[in-house]
Design a protein around this ligand. Structure first.
Ligand code: HEC
Length: 157
């Protein structure tokens, strides 16, 4: 019975996430405004929250880093993120490196909880996905390799 419940909630989550355009009730968007207003006013949504700032990445891809990032992706991220723009549990990764600065990505990968609590866009995604992205205790190197893999997925060579 417990198992069935878990399956049901997973199916529901995937279903809910498959409809990002679905109209939300006004009650829920009211809650979102409240979260943003009560959030930390010093929070920088371009940088996120964490130790990384003003990162300049080289134009060219580091293929070895990207390969290592791909391996981490397959074990720790692929269950929730597709490489296309299609949502699974979390948003698809296509275009994620143009959507977010590298420091935002690095901060989010290494410090998701603090950012989900404060970032207006992550709050909005949380409403659609109903799942919080877990902190998987990745090292800074892991995060950097993942960002390189995301860049490769976005066509950087
Ligand atoms: C259990 C599911 C799950 C796993 C596993 C997961 N994520 Fe997520 N991820 C999410 C959800 C859900 C969101 C949307 C924000 C939220 O609600 O927390 C998200 C958002 C993101 C975003 C922001 C995407 C955007 O379009 O703004 C990035 C980047 C990201 N995750 C990276 C990762 C990386 C890197 C890993 C692997 C180390 C990973 N995620 C593993 C569920 C997951």
């Amino acid at each position: 019975m417990k198992k069935l419940l878990i399956i049901c909630s997973v199916v529901f989550t995937i279903y809910a996430c498959g409809n990002p355009g679905e109209d939300k009730t006004s009650g829920q968007s009211g809650a979102r405004t409240e979260v943003t207003e009560n959030g930390n006013p010093s929070y920088d949504p371009k940088r996120g929250e964490g130790k990384f700032q003003n990162m300049e990445l080289p134009d060219a891809l580091d293929a070895a880093m990207a390969q290592s990032g791909k391996q981490i992706y397959e074990v720790k991220c692929a269950s929730c993120h597709k490489l296309s723009d299609e949502r699974l549990v979390g948003p698809g990764w296509k275009g994620v490196t143009s959507k977010h600065k590298p420091e935002w990505l690095m901060n989010f990968i290494t410090n998701p909880d603090a950012m989900i609590d404060q970032d207006p866009e992550l709050q909005a995604q949380l409403e659609i996905c109903l799942v919080r992205m877990p902190n998987q205790n990745l090292t800074d190197d892991d995060a950097r390799h993942l960002v390189e893999f995301m860049r490769q997925n976005d066509g950087i060579k």
